[in-house]
Design a protein around this ligand. Structure first.
Ligand code: NDP
Length: 279
């Protein structure tokens, strides 16, 4: 088994990004600026926002955080203001939102939509047009590319069909000419699908539910899962048993999540460049 180390991939993206940001600063004398919105009191979301703040600081990217507890109208107005504010180049809204407020995500200016979650961004991704792509989906492809894993003609199984991971990653894999099967909670004979895959992307959100016996020794496994169990971060794949069997696998932590953090930073830079017409 070969461990697919996300830290190496993340470091490469980080190095390139620092060079790019220097160039931008020299050219424009401006820096990108992100605002993160949190609706409600979820502690994990707040913690995640703090991590993004730290990452932004490292790159010299401006950062604002706005928490709104229970005022839908204020939330809507703040989002609209952020869209109009030329000093803010990137907008992120922490999820999940209450069901009745989910439609507010559509208010985000697609050019500032660094998570690639608006229908505009996802529609462009589907059509193969230039757009901001959900960072986690792109992180999976970054890892596969970094380790020069051939995708063309390969059988890829994506486990999970969320808008933020499963669907976009399946589109990206198809664009690389993989033959993609999307699986979910209603899939019959999941084990057969998994055993016959060259590449498996697992994004279901259930700690260590995918065991070694469900996987093939010929498979390459990308584990997107992040599950906090008794203070420990676990993937969706039982790493200990699977690592002894499969061809290659990403660890959790130190895999997809690590790369996602840097891809998100890269999306902040991309959105800034789009807004400022920088090639
Ligand atoms: P969602 O809950 O939105 O979607 C989960 C998907 O998994 C659904 O499509 C669901 O099927 C499917 N599913 C659930 N249980 C099973 C099962 N037993 N067998 C087959 N399919 C199943 O999750 P997300 O996509 O948002 O996140 C998935 C995981 O990835 C989570 O652990 C999350 O924390 C992690 N994550 C990690 C990120 C990173 O950067 N590392 C970023 C984003 C997420 P159905 O549609 O039928 O309900």
């Amino acid at each position: 088994m070969k461990k697919l180390d996300g830290k190496k991939v993340a470091q490469k993206i980080k190095n390139n990004l620092k060079l790019e940001l220097n160039e931008i600063k020299n050219q424009t004398n401006k820096t990108p600026h992100l605002i993160v919105f949190q609706y409600g009191k979820d502690k994990a979301s707040k913690k995640y926002a703090q991590r993004i703040k730290k990452n932004c600081k490292e790159f010299g990217i401006g950062f604002d955080y706005k928490q709104i507890i229970a005022e839908p109208n204020k939330f809507k107005l703040s989002l609209e203001k952020a869209n109009e504010n030329d000093n803010i180049s990137s907008i992120m809204v922490q999820q999940p939102l209450p069901k009745n407020l989910e439609h507010y995500l559509e208010l985000i200016n697609p050019q500032k939509d660094i998570e690639g979650i608006t229908s505009n961004s996802l529609g462009k991704l589907l059509l193969g047009l230039d757009t901001l792509i959900p960072a986690t989906a792109e992180a999976c492809l970054e890892i596969l590319n970094y380790y020069q894993i051939k995708l063309s003609g390969k059988r890829a199984v994506v486990l999970g069909r969320s808008n933020i991971v499963g669907k976009p990653v399946s589109i990206l894999l198809q664009q690389e000419n993989a033959t993609v099967t999307m699986c979910h909670s209603k899939t019959n004979n999941l084990e057969w699908e998994l055993k016959n895959a060259d590449i498996v992307i697992v994004a279901i959100g259930q700690a260590e539910i995918i065991k070694a016996e469900m996987l093939s020794e010929n498979s390459i496994i990308i584990d997107v899962g992040t599950n906090f169990i008794n203070g420990k971060l676990l993937g969706d794949v039982d790493f200990k048993s699977a690592a002894n069997k499969v061809k290659m696998i990403t660890p959790v932590p130190g895999g997809v999540g690590t790369v996602t953090n840097q891809v998100l930073m890269r999306n902040i830079v991309k959105s800034f460049k789009k807004l400022n017409n920088i090639k």
